[in-house]
Design a binder for this molecule. Structure first.
Ligand code: SF4
Ligand code: SF4
Length: 401
């Protein structure tokens, strides 16, 4: 048995097949076959590890049909980490096949290269300015609702509010912004808003960081993930706090130390790095940030899986939104929106059905703006906003507070 399968088997060993996870898995809700659920996936991991199952295309498809959203783990009486087991099995299947598919290899290589991401951001920026983004499929480049449009649409105290007031950044002297690839490529306006917020709180640096490596880890490219992790650890060594406005990056960076536990040379450096990573909302609440004004617009919040379950951050975004306007919580606010990295591209039909449930939850609140804290979710929510015919807009939290 391979070491990875052994690890996966150990991770799912606590599954007593009770079926509680079936009721919360977003995939089981739209495709109710056992292998969609965590219980089914755990059985697959066991079957592969024990040799009762052959790793053919059907098994591979089932293992890849997972949002890694952790809703199952949250609900499971035994807290079985099915998502972690699936990452191990994916890695095993990828190694066995001689590496990832050509598509993932290309995407992985592009995100691996700072120059490629930078060039991509420049090219998209030029298209955005020329109004030509609509020529590209919205799965690739969503139509961002920029802060300028938000202020124009919701004229009132917010439009007059000006810049964030200078507040005490607490004990944190050297704050560094970790900019995720998604923010850089898809939502530069939101990234700029984040930098402004941070700038209002003290000295901020924004090193040219590479990808957090999460897309690589999720698709069986652990070697690249570790290389990127080492680059980031070294790059941010001088910072006291590393703030990110991407829930996926934050989740990956905060858990980075787990991957270096057995690496004597990097263990302490990785642990020090992970300990100083904060989500933007977490940092702002700690630093005592206050919105410059409270507007009349109504917000609702979609919890990114990597923020709510990945980092246990639920209160802070709501607190910030309550201070910036009227806040209404939606039903199933922390249910995955169907984005899940590249899931929405690999399984567009399923992702669309998951998103439709989310859109109806948003509409039921009557909110004018659905806010989130992850570019992956924002891509999906922007799509839902377009489909709603203007009933609501989708924005990153840095743009509305
Ligand atoms: S809830 Fe947990 S123990 Fe129950 S079937 Fe699902 S994974 Fe297994
Ligand atoms: S991680 Fe999410 S999608 Fe995957 S089995 Fe668990 S609940 Fe379902």
């Amino acid at each position: 048995m391979s070491g990875l399968l052994e690890e996966a088997k150990a991770l799912v060993a606590g599954c007593d097949r009770c079926g509680t996870c079936l009721t919360v898995c977003p995939l089981f809700k739209v495709r109710d076959v056992e292998r969609s659920s965590a219980r089914g996936k755990n059985a697959l991991a066991r079957g592969l590890a024990e040799g009762g199952l052959e790793p053919g295309p059907e098994v591979r498809g089932a293992v890849e049909f997972c949002l890694l959203c952790r809703a199952c783990t949250d609900a499971c009486p035994n807290k079985v980490p099915t998502d972690e087991a699936m990452v191990r099995v994916r890695q095993h299947l990828t190694d066995r096949a001689g590496g990832p598919t050509v598509t993932y290899r290309l995407v992985g290589a592009a995100l691996r290269s700072r120059a490629a991401v930078g060039l991509g951001a420049l090219a998209l920026g030029a298209l955005r300015r020329l109004g030509l983004l609509r020529l590209l499929p919205s799965a690739l480049v969503p139509k961002e609702f920029p802060r300028k449009a938000f202020l124009a649409a919701f004229a009132g105290p917010a439009a007059l509010g000006g810049e964030a007031p200078a507040a005490t950044p607490g004990a944190h002297a050297r704050v560094a912004y970790f900019q995720g690839c998604g923010m850089k490529l898809m939502f530069p306006d939101a990234a700029e808003a984040t930098l402004k917020l941070l700038g209002g709180l003290g000295e901020v640096s924004a090193p040219d960081n590479p990808c957090c490596g999460l897309p690589h880890l999720a698709h069986g490219m652990k070697g690249t993930f570790l290389e990127l992790a080492r680059e980031n650890i070294a790059l941010f060594e001088e910072a006291d706090v590393v703030v990110t406005d991407c829930a996926s990056c934050g989740g990956a960076l905060k858990h980075l130390a787990d991957h270096f536990k057995d690496d004597g040379a990097w263990r302490d450096r990785a642990a020090a790095f992970s300990a100083k990573v904060l989500d933007l909302t977490e940092f702002l609440v700690r630093a005592g940030y206050r919105s410059p004004s409270r507007g009349e617009r109504t917000f609702t919040f979609h919890d990114p899986c990597h923020l709510a379950r990945g980092q246990g951050i639920r209160r802070q975004p709501r607190q910030l939104l309550e201070a910036a306007g009227r806040f209404v919580d939606m039903r199933e606010a922390d249910t995955c929106c169907g984005g899940a990295g590249t899931f929405h591209m690999d399984h567009p039909g399923t992702a669309a059905r998951i998103l439709a449930r989310k859109a109806s939850s948003i509409e039921a609140t009557g909110a004018e703006v659905v806010v989130t804290a992850c570019p992956g979710c924002l891509i999906q929510l922007t799509r839902a906003a377009e489909a709603s015919g203007g009933r609501f807009k989708a924005m990153h939290i840095s743009q509305v507070i």
